[in-house]
Write a protein that binds this ligand. Structure first.
Ligand code: ZN
Length: 133
């Protein structure tokens, strides 16, 4: 009888960068701003991620951001990184953020996880559209 070749166990975490795992394990700005100027909740039907983003703005700048996310490792990490990216930015600068900026902020994303960066940006643009109108 032949001994089957040992199966290599693929740990999901090996796909992720240290920065991404740090955002996942110690997410920044978690929660919800009670008197937020903007709130957006976006769902990615493909993998069921839900991101709720609340923002506070003053003088044309984002002064605070909080998020609540239910989703995969990458979505939580990207949401956390997004809040760090946008606080202090002008509304215009925040609108100019691209998927690549979020991906860079988590130290890169596996191809299969780029939806997470998109989810964060979709929530951001939905929230920004409520400010200054
Ligand atoms: Zn996901």
């Amino acid at each position: 009888m032949r001994v089957p070749a040992a199966r290599r166990l693929q740990l999901g975490q090996q796909m992720y960068s240290t920065q991404l795992l740090d955002h996942f394990q110690n997410p920044r700005n978690v929660g919800e701003i009670a008197d937020a100027d903007a709130m957006a909740e976006i769902e990615n039907p493909a993998c069921g991620d839900v991101l709720r983003l609340t923002l506070k703005a003053a003088g044309g700048r984002i002064t605070a951001a909080r998020f609540k996310a239910k989703g995969c490792v990458a979505s939580i990490a990207c949401s956390s990184a997004l809040t760090e990216l946008i606080v202090g930015k002008t509304l215009k600068q925040a609108l100019e953020l691209r998927r690549e900026d979020v991906i860079a902020a988590v130290g890169g994303l596996p191809q299969a996880s780029t939806h997470a960066a998109q989810l964060a940006l979709d929530a951001l643009s939905a929230a920004l559209s409520q400010i200054g109108k």
